[in-house]
Design a protein around this ligand. Structure first.
Ligand SMILES: NC(=O)c1ccc[n+]([C@@H]2O[C@H](COP(=O)([O-])OP(=O)(O)OC[C@H]3O[C@@H](n4cnc5c(N)ncnc54)[C@H](OP(=O)(O)O)[C@@H]3O)[C@@H](O)[C@H]2O)c1
Length: 280
């Protein structure tokens, strides 16, 4: 929704929130496209989320992003959700309607797919089995994105098998839950491997997996972006696999949100990527 004749406000609600890169992203685009507006971090406690979201129209906000720990709670609060948000069960973007109603969206799955296509334009979701490690919030978005893109075989491996089975039930189709003990074997013949667990993130141990069974033609992606190269991506690169980190997902999910609030679909330029990388 575009508001060309006034100062447009948006922000990100989280707790904590000051680590969020979203203000830098959106303010970079506001400047680049010469739009009048600003994007602010909003430190909101879980108990205050409902009141904060409901206050958006009165405060003149066009909408906001949601980050940890609010994505699932916001899904329950908003008035309407788009199909990706419904499938993922979480909202990462709220758009304030002209009548003040809150429209919840989720661009994480779309952003993930865009990041893969940007790094590997010839990539196809139906090229072969895809192994997804993890079954948390990030996995839901990734699996929904892969499924929408036509994936035919998703081997979903998670430490807690119950959580993988739940995702298999809700997202269905090509998703098959596999127990954590079989993660090395699950790589056999895979065209793609995606890490959505927190393992390998700064402050966390490396992911415990052996890549021997993974074809070296497979694309290896990690949705983590701090560090830029996780131990998994370093090991994959060393054996000749193409690799993609999580920064592109972060940049690309922001693009349709910016369009929703400010009326322009922005580009994830190399300059923007370098600017965000410099903060890591
Ligand atoms: N690039 C992006 O834009 C983007 C977007 C979203 C998330 N992320 C990143 O993705 C990662 C996960 O985020 P999330 O929101 O999905 O978190 P989450 O909902 O808490 O899920 C965490 C996942 O990691 C697994 N896990 C945790 N410790 C483990 C261990 N020791 N061994 C094996 N598996 C383990 C969990 O398994 P259990 O189910 O067994 O607990 C679960 O599947 C974070 O690093 C986050 O920063 C990046």
């Amino acid at each position: 929704m575009s508001h060309p004749d006034r100062f447009v406000l948006a922000g990100v609600m989280g707790w904590p929130v000051m680590h969020s890169r979203s203000p830098r992203l959106h303010n970079y685009w506001l400047d680049r496209y010469g739009l009048a507006g600003t994007y602010v971090p909003l430190a909101i406690h879980a108990e205050g989320l409902r009141a904060a979201l409901r206050a958006l129209p009165a405060l003149g906000f066009s909408g906001c992003n949601l980050t940890i720990p609010h994505k699932e709670a916001a899904f329950e609060i908003v008035d309407e959700v788009d199909p990706p948000a419904r499938r993922i069960g979480a909202v990462n973007c709220v758009v304030v309607r002209p009548d003040g109603a809150l429209f919840g969206r989720n661009h994480d799955g779309w952003g993930y797919i865009e990041s893969i296509l940007e790094a590997a334009p010839d990539w196809r979701a139906d090229a072969g089995p895809i192994v997804v490690l993890g079954a948390g919030g990030g996995a839901r978005a990734v699996v929904a994105g892969l499924t929408d893109r036509g994936a035919t075989d998703i081997r979903l491996v998670n430490r807690s098998l119950d959580r993988a089975r739940q995702l298999e039930r809700t997202l269905g189709g090509p998703v098959r839950a596999i127990e954590w003990a079989s993660r090395n074997d699950a790589l056999d013949g895979a065209a793609m491997l995606v890490n959505t667990t927190s393992q390998g993130m700064v402050g966390q141990p490396a992911l415990d997996i052996a890549l021997d069974r993974l074809p070296n033609t497979a694309l290896v992606s990690d949705i983590i972006y701090i560090p830029k190269e996780t131990p998994l991506l370093a090991a994959a690169r060393a054996r000749g696999n193409r690799t993609v980190n999580g920064l592109g997902m972060l940049l690309h999910q922001a693009r349709p949100a910016f369009r929703d609030w400010f009326g322009v679909m922005p580009e994830a330029t190399p300059e923007l990527r370098a600017m965000i990388e410099a903060t890591i």
